[in-house]
Design a protein around this ligand. Structure first.
Ligand code: SAM
Length: 403
């Protein structure tokens, strides 16, 4: 079917389809079949149109020229992050990359766009065909149906100019969960290619990178690699391991990306940070909330250092300080009231302030925001944000205004 969609009649059909609309898709399908297109071709083209529309969020305008599968799209690296992967390989001085488990080829396409040769493989035949179609634009990029474990990798001097990229599948092919998606796996030995294979290749070759789950355990970070937790627009999307010249720093790092953000937080920046707050932060102080990638990387200490502040309680991530510091990797709030958490007291303060709309943020406490909202019986015209968290072991409520 991939070939039928990328040549002749199928290609023309796919290009002629209007933007996908669930409400009109059935009628459109009927019309196309009545026009003489084969039912299976119509079904495949409409599926592509639907997936392309869903893919815009990850791939922008390029989605319109890609072939996709549902699983492949869900697992693919979004453009901005894939571009960063490619930049690391380009900066490491390699001329080509082996992409060992390429999926529909989002990372592979980024490597090709960066001017690198790409030898991609995937153990799923249909997916490899899709990747091959997506890579056709680049003469130095190929995708084949093969297992990563069966690829002959370069050795000796040749290995210096060729990188290896892993983005192991963290799903069980063919095993669907309740929502119809393929079931996710969480253990390192369940991913495919498995963690032992990734480590074995990283020990043998000099230029190796691997994309792993954001829940990758700190204890498993190899001492020879940089482990970079990356977020895009606040969502942590991966923990990538970078060996050899691909590493930009040693140990753990956080890479905070967004439409206008590109910031790096490293272990060096977190060195020697003081730990917890001893007393309640007061009104007029600033409250900082690090990007989730910083928290996942265990680098909240970089925030306490940068703001000369202290974390409210070890592990909650919120930092209070008297300093007003702007950082691309942390949200900044002004504390307008601070009190030990007590529903009656909070209700009285919110009523005095005329707060009818409340945003509840919570971390490190087991308060049910919905139940609390009902108990607060809010009425009034104004909006406010409350942060429910802990100072040491004491539950607190902080009214804040985002700056
Ligand atoms: C997470 S996806 C890769 C996504 C890709 N980086 C992208 O951005 O589009 C992982 C892929 O690895 C493939 N795979 C799983 N085990 C493999 C193996 N042993 N060898 C090669 N490919 C494998 C799966 O079929 C799946 O397509």
């Amino acid at each position: 079917m991939v070939n039928r969609l990328t040549s002749g009649e199928g290609r023309g059909l796919l290009q002629s389809l209007p933007p996908y609309d669930e409400r009109t898709a059935m009628a459109l399908g009927e019309r196309l079949r009545a026009d003489g297109f084969a039912p299976e071709l119509v079904a495949a083209a409409l599926t592509q149109a639907r997936l392309r529309q869903a893919a815009v969020a990850k791939f922008g305008a390029d989605a319109a020229r890609m072939l996709l599968t549902q699983d492949g799209l869900e697992q693919a690296t979004r453009w901005e992050v894939a571009d960063h992967h490619a930049r690391r390989f380009a900066a490491a001085g390699v001329s080509a990359v082996h992409d060992l488990g390429c999926g529909i080829g989002a990372d592979a396409m980024a490597f090709a766009r960066a001017g690198l040769g790409v030898q991609a493989v995937d153990a799923d035949e249909g997916v490899a065909l899709v990747a091959e179609a997506n890579l056709r634009r680049w003469p130095r990029a190929t995708a084949d149906f093969r297992r990563a474990e069966d690829v002959r990798l370069p050795s000796g001097k040749d290995a210096l100019t060729v990188g290896v990229w892993f983005d192991p599948a963290r799903r069980t092919p063919g095993v669907a969960d309740i929502s119809g998606r393929t079931r996710r796996v969480f253990r390192l030995d369940q991913m495919s290619p498995d963690w032992d294979h990734v480590r074995e290749v990283a020990a043998r070759l000099p230029v190796v990178g691997a994309k792993l789950s954001p829940s990758f355990p700190h204890a498993a970070v190899p001492h020879t690699a940089e482990a970079a937790w990356t977020s895009y627009a606040g969502d942590v999307v991966e923990c990538a391991l970078w060996w050899g010249p691909l590493a930009r720093t040693s140990g753990r790092s956080a890479h905070v990306l967004g439409p206008r953000t590109d910031a790096l937080v490293t272990e060096d920046m977190a060195m020697g940070a003081p730990t917890e707050f001893a007393t309640m932060p007061s009104q007029g102080m600033y409250l900082y909330e690090p990007d989730r990638a910083v928290i996942r990387a265990g680098l909240t200490g970089a925030l306490t250092n940068a703001t000369e502040g202290r974390e409210l309680a070890s592990g909650v991530g919120y930092v209070a300080s008297r300093q007003d510091v702007r950082l691309p990797w942390a949200k900044r709030y002004l504390i307008t009231a601070a009190m030990p958490f007590n529903t009656k007291r909070l209700r009285a303060v919110l009523r005095d302030r005329g707060v009818g709309t409340l945003t509840i943020k919570k971390r490190g406490v087991s308060i049910d925001p919905q139940a609390l909202r009902r108990q607060l019986r809010l009425s009034g015209d104004l909006e406010a944000t409350v942060v429910l968290t802990r100072v040491g072991s004491v539950q607190v409520a902080l009214l804040v205004r985002q700056l």
